[in-house]
Write a protein that binds this ligand. Structure first.
Ligand code: FEO
Ligand code: CA
Ligand code: CA
Ligand code: CA
Length: 670
């Protein structure tokens, strides 16, 4: 039985028909106007787009798809990117023989580990070819044979392995970073063109430029780089984004795990106050997660206390130009960057929306000073070096404000507050945002504007530390209780917030917002299935309560936990992929939900991932016929010797991360 979807869907229809204002009911009155539509784009079209039979949650070790969809593996960890290399196979992983002294050199020509973000750049004039950029976020224990026991047991075993074979660190560094590949679509689907002109691996050791306001800053100077302008490598690359001029933005996220010796350094006589203060809101560890500091002095905080400040940025890479050094764009701030998704402002500047993926951290927006020039690609090269970074405050009345993070002696970020330059503001970005009164969120992952409506969606993945109390948390004293935009007292399932910029303009300083999705399991008898926005109120929600943008048919929506990456198909429907503890509902997956029309909020699961995997990427080709997804860390929770997943190679082999292409069996757009 399909109930007639009411409330938000109907409300939106009214809004679309009269191009009026969104009037949310109750106290949460939102007054953002409908964003301007792109030429030829129809926000109601999503209602007519292909629909899919929902998959039930699964715990099978298989990649399952809704009927009518198919997938293929394009490339996975260890695959060769150049001809004449057999690659590293799942079978090779059953011993450590592959970890010889040349392992790093070979890995620099192979697809890296733990692929996360994906970005597709069509090649000019060619419908079936493009460049694909992929992030390699981290190295998990699923590549090293012989590990067993708990996570901490395994960490100790890896440390012992590094002591016996120090080359493992260089191999891990080569397995991180970014791959740039050429891919082509033919009769049998997509394939990687090995050794194409653009093929490139960027690793934790690739030389890069530091650009923007922090270039050359004293806090970024090290023994190896006394100028503070050049840095080696990128790592912990989580999600990403693209610019309107066709470059790739890769986001440096959990860099704190890579450095060791922080407590010893901070207690020593040499530790200077300025560097200590710069680390306060993003503390480093005494014992690193990966042991790089035991071999490579730049990861040892006692020797290079400022090296970590040169990571945690958005890095711009030109996939078309393998000779260009990647640039760390410091104007976009230093924090646990999930990704950076761009859209043009009404006057042709570029706005980038970004999340800081840590508990009680913030949502940011950068707006460039200068305009994008669609006719001159080179003229856009340094657009991301000049502009204004903002942080979001969400008010309880459904309104909000972008607060500029600008050093100014007449403003709040001045020397009295401990800031003497814009370099210090972007390096100590979290501290500056604290001072402005930004709203602490439930781990902001992707923050992405719809290319069809301009409305912005943000995945707040989860926060099990949200609780009604005030205390010290990550270097500052804050209220950990629920707020209007993060209304759950303990947020295990996560939620999605929708933001509508005033005047439909990404450069606006004011916006309206509402909760789009309160994730969870509507089949759970303890869950209230909410259909009215005013019921989604801070302090009045149980952990299990769910809300699907007001969609009223509880039986027609899929359960979902922990939204992470987002994407939009060309018709404007929102696609959501998840990174949840699979004990909550089942294996992670991919979901699609219209954001307008009568089916607004009707969320459908279309893919279920293998055991242990999270799903990331979520990138469409411009024709909407292919959806690229990352299947990251299948088999998490097992080991090489006792795998809990065998995806994608099967046959009892250990699992490995890989990129898939999803399409319709009939070849039509998804
Ligand atoms: Fe690497 Fe925010 O997930
Ligand atoms: Ca991840
Ligand atoms: Ca993520
Ligand atoms: Ca995540």
């Amino acid at each position: 039985m399909t109930l007639k979807p009411v409330y938000f869907g109907a409300l939106l229809e009214q809004r679309l028909s009269r191009r009026g204002f969104l009037v949310a009911s109750g106290a949460a009155a939102a007054t953002g106007a409908l964003p301007a539509l792109g030429a030829g784009m129809d926000p109601t079209r999503s209602a007519k787009s292909k629909s899919y039979a929902a998959l039930a949650p699964s715990r099978e070790d298989a990649l399952r798809l809704s009927p009518g969809l198919r997938s293929q593996v394009i490339v996975g960890f260890g695959d060769p990117l150049f001809d004449g290399d057999p690659g590293l196979t799942a079978g090779d992983l059953r011993t450590l023989d592959w970890l010889d002294r040349d392992a790093a050199t070979r890995q620099e020509r192979r697809f890296g580990t733990s692929n996360d973000a994906l970005a597709f750049f069509p090649m000019r004039g060619r419908r079936n070819a493009g460049l694909l950029c992929a992030n390699h976020e981290y190295v998990d224990e699923l590549v090293f044979a012989g590990l067993s026991g708990s996570e901490s047991d395994q960490a100790r075993q890896v440390a012992a392995m590094i002591a016996a074979r120090p080359q493992i660190v260089a191999w891990m560094q080569a397995a991180h970073g970014v791959s740039v590949l050429e891919v082509r679509r033919g009769m049998r689907g997509w394939r990687v063109v090995r050794g194409a002109a653009a093929t490139r691996r960027i690793t934790a050791n690739t030389p890069m430029e530091i650009s923007g306001p922090a270039r050359g800053a004293p806090l970024l100077r090290t023994n190896a780089d006394p100028t503070g302008t050049r840095v080696l490598g990128t790592f912990a690359n989580c999600a990403g984004g693209k610019t309107p001029w066709g470059t790739y933005l890769t986001a440096e996220e959990n860099i704190q795990d890579y450095f060791g010796g922080a407590r010893t350094w901070a207690g020593g006589a040499d530790a200077d106050e300025a560097t200590k203060r710069a680390h306060r809101r993003w503390p480093l560890r005494e014992r690193s997660a990966y042991g790089w500091d035991t071999v490579d002095p730049r990861f040892d905080v006692r020797r290079e206390p400022r090296e970590a400040l040169r990571h945690g940025w958005i890095v711009e890479i030109d996939p078309q130009d393998p000779t260009m050094a990647p640039r760390k764009r410091t104007a976009l701030g230093r924090f646990c960057h999930e990704g950076a998704n761009t859209i043009l402002t009404k006057d042709g500047r570029v706005a980038a929306y970004m999340g800081d993926d840590a508990k009680f951290e913030y949502v940011y927006k950068f707006v460039s000073r200068d305009r994008f020039d669609p006719k001159d690609r080179a003229a856009n090269r340094d657009l991301l070096d000049h502009g204004t970074l903002h942080v979001a405050r969400f008010d309880a009345d459904g309104r909000g404000e972008w607060l500029p993070l600008v050093y100014d002696e007449r403003g709040p970020l001045n020397s009295g507050a401990g800031f003497t330059s814009q370099a210090e503001v972007v390096i100590r970005c979290r501290e500056a945002a604290d001072l402005l009164g930004a709203t602490p969120m439930d781990r902001p992952e992707d923050v992405e504007p719809s290319p069809v409506t301009g409305r912005v969606y943000m995945a707040l993945t989860k926060n099990d530390s949200r609780a009604p109390e005030r205390r010290d948390f990550m270097g500052r004293n804050i209220d950990l209780g629920p707020n209007a935009a993060n209304p759950r007292p303990k947020n295990d399932f996560g939620h999605i917030v929708e933001l509508i910029e005033d005047g439909d303009d990404a450069s606006s300083l004011r916006f309206a917002w509402n909760v789009f999705l309160l994730a969870g399991d509507p089949r759970d008898g303890a869950a209230r299935f909410l259909t009215r926005a005013e019921d989604v109120a801070a302090g009045q929600l149980a952990r299990e309560d769910v809300y699907y943008a007001g969609y009223a048919d509880r039986g027609a929506v899929s359960p979902i936990a922990c939204p992470d990456n987002l994407g939009f198909d060309p018709s404007g429907r929102l696609w959501v992929v998840t990174d949840a503890d699979t004990r909550l509902i089942g294996n992670n997956g991919c979901f699609v939900v219209p954001t307008s029309g009568p089916d607004r909020g009707r969320l459908t699961q279309v893919l279920s991932a293998p055991v242990g995997a999270e799903v990331c990427g979520c990138e469409f080709t411009p024709d909407g016929k292919t959806l690229f997804l990352s299947i990251q860390h299948p088999g998490e929770g097992g080991t090489v010797d006792a795998p809990v997943s065998h995806w994608p190679d099967g046959g009892g082999l250990p699992a490995r991360s890989a990129v898939i292409a999803v399409s319709r069996e009939d070849g039509a757009p998804l």
